[in-house]
Design a protein around this ligand. Structure first.
Ligand SMILES: NC(=O)c1ccc[n+]([C@@H]2O[C@H](COP(=O)([O-])OP(=O)(O)OC[C@H]3O[C@@H](n4cnc5c(N)ncnc54)[C@H](OP(=O)(O)O)[C@@H]3O)[C@@H](O)[C@H]2O)c1
Length: 294
């Protein structure tokens, strides 16, 4: 295990930073803390060095194809590939209660399209029995949707990439044309963030089917975590939220594939729209309000 090569995207702060720290704690020799901004990345490395951990740094902007390509080339040359890939980098809506076209594209680029770029370049260098973990959200559970056509199309057993593409295109067109229909969604706040994470969970299943070579691809809701993304509101700490991703990366049986996990390490049925595991915005809003007032 010690010689495994692990990469965490967007890990200069927040949950990604916590995951890097946990992986180092577990004794992995090659843990890559990556960041789109090299200075923020190096500052994060310095913080971990002070705590006695020694991860490596590499620049990686997941929305920049050249950056993904360069890092892949580097990993291939230096290590021949990688064993653990934790896709954590992400952004949320600039305004939690407003869905604009520009912001929708920004969110989808960072949270969903980036994963397709990573799939193109980095999946071919995954080693046999590698593990890919997508940090999704409760916003990514299928019960965030009410539109039965899309629920059925995204949860069918033989889902294909083109089904997800059609779903994302439908959403982007609706935002662009001003034809969003509230009846299609459980809740309207954080809507493009929800769509990006639902698409990521659906993609997990498509990728798992295509992965081969013993590779596993799972997704995870890390909990409502006190980070910059939530304006420091939340129910759990970064340290606690880092446990489940590391469990999926190192401890769970290799036979666990294409599944959706929760921050307490339990598995949830992503495809059950009746489960009501969607993100309740009133809870988020109350917590943010209370945290800001404190
Ligand atoms: N916090 C929660 O309650 C919660 C709940 C459910 C899911 N999640 C998910 O957990 C993951 C981590 O979130 P967090 O709460 O730790 O947020 P955060 O504190 O805002 O950290 C996000 C990280 O992603 C990086 N990032 C953003 N865009 C990037 C890009 N294009 N390329 C590379 N890195 C990029 C950020 O880098 P910069 O510093 O350069 O911006 C930062 O390091 C996200 O996928 C999020 O959707 C969080």
């Amino acid at each position: 295990m010690a010689d495994k090569v692990a990469v965490v995207t967007g890990s200069n702060k927040g949950i990604g930073f916590g995951i890097v720290r946990e992986l180092c704690k577990r004794g992995l020799r090659y843990v890559y803390l990556t960041a789109r901004d090299a200075q923020r990345g190096q500052e994060a490395i310095a913080k971990l060095n002070k705590e006695g951990y020694d991860p490596f740094f590499h620049q990686l902007d997941v929305t920049d194809e050249q950056s993904v390509k360069a890092f892949t080339k580097y990993l291939k040359r230096k290590h021949g590939g990688l064993d653990i890939l934790i896709n954590n980098a992400g952004v949320i809506n600039a305004n939690f209660t407003e869905t604009t076209y520009e912001d929708t594209i920004r969110v989808l680029n960072a949270n969903y399209y980036s994963i397709l770029t990573i799939q193109t370049y980095m999946f071919p260098i995954l080693k046999d029995n590698a593990r890919v973990i997508h940090i999704s959200s409760d916003c990514g559970h299928i019960s965030n949707l009410k539109n039965t056509y899309w629920i059925e199309r995204l949860t069918k057993e033989d889902i294909k990439q083109e089904d997800i593409d059609a779903f994302v295109d439908w959403f982007v067109d609706s935002v662009r044309n001003g034809t969003l229909n509230e009846a299609d969604f459980q809740e309207m706040p954080l809507l493009s963030y929800r769509i990006s994470k639902i698409s990521l969970c659906a993609l997990t299943r498509v990728q798992q089917k295509e992965a081969g070579r013993g590779i596993s691809v799972n997704s995870l809701h890390p909990g409502f975590v006190k980070t910059d993304m939530t304006k420091t509101a939340g129910f759990i700490t970064i340290e606690d939220a880092s446990q489940a991703p590391v469990y999926l990366a190192l401890d769970v049986d290799q036979s666990v594939k294409g599944r959706y996990f929760w921050f307490d390490k339990t598995e949830k049925d992503w495809a059950d729209a009746n489960k009501k595991l969607y993100c309740v915005y009133a809870v988020v809003e109350k917590c943010v309000r209370e945290s800001n007032a404190a």
